[in-house]
Write a protein that binds this ligand. Sequence first.
Ligand code: IMP
Ligand code: MG
Length: 174
Amino acid sequence: MTPHKLVPLISEEQIQQKTKELALRISQDYRDKDLLMVGILKGAWVFMADLIRRLTVPVKCDFVSVSSYGLNTESSGRVKILLDLSQPIKKKDVLLIEDIVDTGLTLKCLIENLWLRKPNSLKVCALLDKPSRRSKPIVLDYMGFTVPNKFIVGYGIDYAEQYRNLPYIGYLRI
Ligand code: IMP
Ligand code: MG
């Protein structure tokens, strides 16, 4: 069906182990907080689904969907909110869940937008970090794996809407 070769990078077991570790840290850090996890659609939902089931603290969930503005994005650093939060986040402890951080533009713009709504705290949990293309410095409070500058797919992450269902993470050799 596809001319791309899929090269495995991170196994299902490695992902589950990391998810467990991250959930443990988050559970400790948010023990006395009002945790609201905000998943960035669509890439983050598989990771977030596994992560919340490992938490030992109460959690509420919400989602945003963003898209880049196309060619202007790299220079303007703007993203467009396609689906906004369903509730105010004032005084909440917001933890943004992202699949993969590449240039950092998406997160930078979203973080600026969300701070204007006056949350009590705002942190970021990203499953994958692709630091080689970073143009905006981003603090990743919780991070799973560093990946090379390849086209990553699987475990929620797509190429042209395909491969989200893979239980592991790989890259496409195009
Ligand atoms: P940014 O460059 O950090 O703004 O990343 C923008 C978005 O592109 C991320 O939220 C991912 O959903 C997506 N993305 C970045 N790198 C990859 C990749 O290797 N495979 C699939 N999606 C990616
Ligand atoms: Mg994403």
